[in-house]
Design a protein around this ligand. Structure first.
Ligand code: 5GP
Length: 123
C-alpha cells in the first residue's frame, strides 16, 4: 500500500480479511469487531482492531454520533485483546487519520503496539 492515498468508498483489503478472501492471523473476533496481527509489525506485538462492517468509517474523522457505541466497543476490544496478548506492562493504541496521519487503509482500525519498551514522541 502507498501511504497517503485519498479517502475512498472502495472496498479495502480489510473487507477481504473479514470475508476470509485473504488470510490473516486473527486473534479475536466477535459480532462487531475483528483483531488480527499486522503484516508489517512496528513493535514486537502489533495487531489491528477493526469493525467488521465499515459503516461509513473509512477514517476516524468520518465518525458521527451514530458511531459512538461502535467506537467504544473497538476501544474496549483493544484493551481486551491487549490483556489476552499479555501486554500487562503497557502498550500504545494509535489511529492514523488521513494523509497527514499516514493512513494507508481506508477502513477504520486501531493499531495496538507493545511487547517491548516504546519511545515517545513518535517520528
Ligand atoms: P494505516 O497505515 O492505514 O494506519 O495502517 C494500515 C496497516 O495495515 C499497516 O500497518 C499495514 O502493515 C497493515 N496491512 C496492510 N495490508 C495488510 C494485510 O493484507 N494484512 C495485514 N494483516 N495487515 C495489513
Amino acid at each position: 500500500h502507498l501511504k497517503g492515498l485519498a479517502d475512498s468508498e472502495e472496498r479495502t483489503i480489510f473487507d477481504k480479511i473479514v470475508s476470509k478472501e485473504i488470510p490473516a492471523t486473527v486473534i479475536y473476533e466477535d459480532s462487531l469487531a475483528l483483531a488480527f496481527r499486522d503484516i508489517n509489525p512496528q513493535a514486537k506485538t502489533h495487531f489491528l482492531v477493526i469493525p467488521k462492517i465499515r459503516a461509513g468509517l473509512t477514517r476516524l474523522s468520518k465518525s458521527t454520533e451514530d458511531h459512538k457505541a461502535l467506537l467504544g466497543h473497538l476501544m474496549y476490544t483493544a484493551a481486551l485483546v491487549a490483556k489476552q496478548e499479555k501486554l500487562d506492562a503497557g502498550y500504545r493504541v494509535v489511529v492514523n487519520d488521513g494523509v497527514e496521519g499516514c493512513q494507508s487503509v481506508y477502513h477504520l482500525h486501531l493499531h495496538v503496539l507493545g511487547g517491548q519498551q516504546l519511545s515517545w514522541p513518535p517520528g
